[in-house]
Design a protein. Structure first.
Length: 100
């Protein structure tokens, strides 16, 4: 009798191990599928990041050129105003000498 009881217990343990093995195989397959999906998403994200990086670099370059042009224009206006101011001062001095 002990043998029959041991045999039933052993069969029950084997059945449980078989069920666990099947469950683990399913989990393993599901994880592999999820990992493949994540790799695909990461590849897509890397592509998007590369495109964003290109856009940012292009924008920075374009804005840099525009800022440089604005600064050059500001500098030219400042130089022109300095020349005009000198000329006005010179003429004021001339007029003041004539009046005296």
């Amino acid at each position: 009798m002990e043998n029959a009881s041991d045999r039933k217990l052993l069969e029950l343990v084997v059945a449980q191990i078989s069920e666990l093995s099947t469950d683990m195989a399913g989990i393993k397959t599901e994880m592999k599928s999820d990992m493949a999906g994540m790799k695909t998403e990461m590849t897509g994200m890397k592509t998007e990041i590369a495109e964003i990086r290109k856009t940012v670099l292009r924008t920075e370059h374009d804005h840099g050129e525009k800022l440089s042009a604005l600064f050059d224009g500001y500098k030219q206006n400042s130089e022109k105003l300095d020349r005009i101011e000198k000329e006005v001062t010179r003429r004021d001095e001339f007029i003041m000498k004539r009046i005296k």
